[in-house]
Ligand binder design. Structure first.
Ligand SMILES: Cc1cc2nc3c(=O)[nH]c(=O)nc-3n(C[C@H](O)[C@H](O)[C@H](O)COP(=O)(O)OP(=O)(O)OC[C@H]3O[C@@H](n4cnc5c(N)ncnc54)[C@H](O)[C@@H]3O)c2cc1C
Length: 391
């Protein structure tokens, strides 16, 4: 299949696309199938992706990274997903870094970024969601209390992914009670937590058994001490710190969905061409062929929105609406493509060795996390179309 998402590629982007494709090609789908079955972590894959510089493309050259933009990072994630890999194991390093890049002090950047770029430190974990408050982030209950040169953190988080495979976590906690701030987005602070030092010293991690191999955990904080110098950005302004990473996150997740969608379409069109029933390829029947063609059009359209959002982001122009729309359109397109791919494969879609059911489960996440479709629609309704705020 030709790859129209690559048509507008600059020579540099085409080179990245081809190099990522080659690297991913060394990790066949059976590698991902075994990890999914054993709930394993793709340590070698993540190491190779990091050593090749792909997970650190956003780190400026001055700190040892490639100094590229979200557009390039999106191509990396698209290709990872299109290869059949599960990007959930590694993608956070890309966007969590956005918060450190934009809000970290010079001392923090010097301390962490070169080591992350060199693969010596892993920044794969982002601690925001809580069990009792969910999407209503500003109501979160984890508190960080200032005590001399440290903050003492107590509370609980849920669904925090990759913490067991990360050295650092960016954590959001409340430093001023909600009833003592003018706006509910104030009084929250972001911290860089040294995960290895925290484990057993105020941080307890409990893995969650879940539908996909995402390494997500519950976290319990019991008077965890975090040095004052680990505050990321200003005290009380943590919501902004987190938000700045979120547009990049949405664009990158959307790019993953485009990759997933193309993966499903590759599989479905190949199977429809090769599988013969009633004496002819099933893809000769329009009832089989047209849904695949429609998915292709949907994924390509979503890909254009991803590209637009990435270009705006890289130009430093506000891109909240585009990042949200890209994420919504791409996650719906990949899910639709997954469903059509399942249908095209008939009963074999259920056999794990065909890999489709694994990708089908994995791509379903993105209509829920990192932000659900309803919340995106409410953003568009309120901020773009200026309709009344719904919550
Ligand atoms: C596998 C996995 C990995 C994750 N990894 C991380 C991570 O690394 N770090 C992290 O911080 N979080 C993580 N999350 C959490 C994820 O971001 C949240 O699950 C997501 O934001 C939705 O929050 P919730 O589950 O609490 O849903 P809720 O907030 O309880 O919402 C449930 C449903 O109700 C809808 N809803 C809620 N309020 C409204 C409203 N006002 N109007 C209309 N609809 C509404 C939502 O759209 C949603 O469909 C992960 C989740 C999963 C499943």
């Amino acid at each position: 299949m030709s790859d129209p998402t690559g048509i507008g590629d600059s020579p540099e982007i085409a080179e990245i696309r081809s190099a990522v494709r080659q690297l991913c090609g060394r990790y066949g789908e059976d590698y991902w199938l075994a990890l999914d079955r054993d709930r394993g972590y793709p340590t070698e894959f993540v190491r190779e992706l990091t050593e090749a510089g792909f997970l650190t493309v956003l780190i400026p050259e001055a700190y040892g990274g490639a100094g590229l933009g979200v557009r390039e990072a999106a191509v990396v994630m698209e290709e990872v997903c299109r290869s059949g890999a599960h990007a959930g194991a590694c993608h956070a390093q890309m966007y969590v870094m956005g918060s450190v890049l934009r809000h970290g002090s010079e001392a923090q950047k010097k301390q962490y970024l070169p080591a992350i770029a060199a693969g010596e430190l892993r920044l794969q974990s982002f601690g925001v969601t809580e069990p009792t408050t969910g999407t209503d982030t500003t109501s979160l209950k984890t508190v960080a209390r200032r005590d001399g040169d440290v903050y003492r953190i107590s509370g609980q988080k849920v669904w925090i992914s990759r913490i067991e495979h990360s050295d650092l976590m960016v954590l959001l906690a409340r430093t001023t009670p909600r009833d003592q701030v003018k706006k509910k987005t104030e009084g929250l602070s972001a911290f860089i937590v040294d995960v290895q030092a925290a484990l057993g010293n105020g941080l307890t991690v409990r893995p969650i058994e879940s539908m996909i191999n995402h390494h997500s955990c519950e976290l319990f904080f019991d008077d965890l001490e975090v040095p004052r110098e680990n505050l990321l950005g200003e005290e009380g302004q943590g919501f902004k710190v987190i938000l700045d990473g979120m547009n990049a996150e949405r664009i990158l997740i959307a790019a993953e969905c485009v990759g997933d969608g193309l993966y499903f379409i590759d599989k479905a069109s190949a199977y429809a061409t090769g599988r013969e029933v009633f004496g002819r390829p099933i893809g000769q029947n329009q009832g089989v062929q047209f849904p695949i063609a429609r998915c292709y059009a949907e994924v390509q359209a979503a890909g254009l929105m991803v590209e637009k959002a990435a270009r705006l982001f890289d130009a430093g122009v506000p891109c909240g609406a585009e990042a949200n729309m890209a994420k919504m359109l791409a996650s719906e397109a990949s899910w639709h493509a997954g469903d059509v791919c399942m249908q095209t494969h008939g009963g074999f879609a259920f056999a794990k060795e065909y890999h489709i059911e694994r990708k089908f489960r994995e791509t379903r996440l993105y209509q829920i996390a990192p932000i659900s479709t309803n919340l995106i629609l409410s953003y568009i309704g309120e901020h773009v179309l200026k309709m009344p705020r719904s919550f």
